[in-house]
Design a protein around this ligand. Structure first.
Ligand SMILES: NC(=O)c1ccc[n+]([C@@H]2O[C@H](COP(=O)([O-])OP(=O)(O)OC[C@H]3O[C@@H](n4cnc5c(N)ncnc54)[C@H](OP(=O)(O)O)[C@@H]3O)[C@@H](O)[C@H]2O)c1
Length: 304
């Protein structure tokens, strides 16, 4: 319990997409405490231990991570510290204190070569430093704290931070034409929906039947980056914004240091069966975020 009288959640990554969504809509019945990265640095095990030991947290939510996929290739030790060593330190300290840990992970633990949505028990096979560091973080969490829920998600967007939806809107205002990759398949996921899912997990963390393990949580339905761009510009056009001519291109025509997975789709059946909550359709959540970006209420959404 804290000042509010509510059980408290310790949140890392509170300034990120998922973290901001959790701060804006805290899980019902909980207070969220979100130290800054300067206060709780995942790369600094001593600061992790200090924060975990500071209060009898109801749970810890690790939404902090090194998420710069390409930069991780040249800054592997920094990415590894945040994505693997940090979760390990969190898991060890939380386990010693008997606190459950909710850890957010990614489809990049897979190689993207499968021709169906990935299930939780499909073998991991990361092809990048980012993916390998996140896979190592998962392994550490699972090994060190028996009370863990690892939520793998993908293609995250929100009204704030760095994400594809905001990038498209910004580029659409500046350019007459945009080329967008149309041969990568995924499930766009709203950070607002992830925050709601974390809330559902939080209500199930105590008691003898508390679920534990790896679960996939990503937007329902599937599309390509091109399909998501089309949706963004349909809404933008309705709001009277200038829209560019869109051209579909292949991954090979858009080289990046890390080749993106062809298949990022995640099968969310186990999450729904276990927690009684289904992810919302990506089209619905994309429209919701676009609404918030195009008609921001005061204090909402960053400027595009
Ligand atoms: N974005 C996606 O498309 C995507 C897809 C699949 C999975 N995920 C996973 O979802 C989770 C949340 O992602 P997101 O998109 O919300 O990330 P984000 O917007 O990039 O935010 C990352 C957060 O982590 C914090 N952070 C970075 N290094 C840290 C460190 N050493 N110690 C403490 N905090 C640190 C950042 O703090 P500062 O702001 O101070 O740097 C920021 O708050 C991550 O686990 C990510 O791997 C994301």
């Amino acid at each position: 319990m804290t000042g509010s009288g509510l059980p408290a959640l310790l949140l890392t990554g509170g300034s990120g997409q998922v973290g901001r969504a959790l701060r804006q809509a805290p899980p019902e019945g909980f207070e969220v405490v979100a130290p800054t990265r300067a206060e709780l640095d995942l790369a600094d095990p001593a600061s992790v231990r200090r924060w975990v030991g500071a209060r009898p947290w109801a749970a810890i939510v690790n939404a902090g991570a090194w998420t710069a996929v390409d930069a991780a290739e040249s800054q592997a030790s920094e990415a590894w510290a945040a994505n693997a060593l940090g979760p390990a330190a969190l898991a060890r300290a939380s386990s010693e204190a008997g606190i459950p840990l909710i850890h957010i992970s990614t489809d990049y633990v897979f190689d993207g070569g499968l021709d169906r949505p990935y299930r939780e028990d499909d073998p991991v096979g990361p092809t990048s430093v980012y993916g390998a560091s996140k896979a190592a973080g998962e392994m550490a969490v699972a090994a060190l704290n028996p009370r863990h829920v690892i939520l793998r998600t993908a293609w995250v967007f929100s009204p704030w931070g760095s994400n594809f939806v905001r990038t498209m809107l910004r580029l659409g205002q500046a350019r007459e034409a945009l080329s967008v990759v149309s041969d990568q398949h995924g499930c766009p996921t709203s950070a607002l929906d992830i925050a709601a899912a974390v809330g559902t997990v939080c209500t199930r963390l105590s008691g003898p039947g508390a679920p534990s393990g790896v679960f996939h949580f990503a937007g329902a339905g599937e599309t390509t980056w091109f399909g998501l761009a089309e949706r963004v510009f349909e809404r933008a056009a309705e709001a009277g914004l200038k829209t560019p001519v869109l051209t579909p291109i292949a991954t090979a025509d858009w080289p990046t240091p890390v080749r993106r997975p062809a298949n990022s789709r995640l099968d969310t059946t186990a999450f729904t069966r276990t927690f009684g909550r289904s992810p919302r359709l990506w089209t619905e959540t994309a429209d919701e975020v676009m609404d918030r970006l195009l008609r921001p209420a005061e204090g909402e959404g960053d400027a595009v």
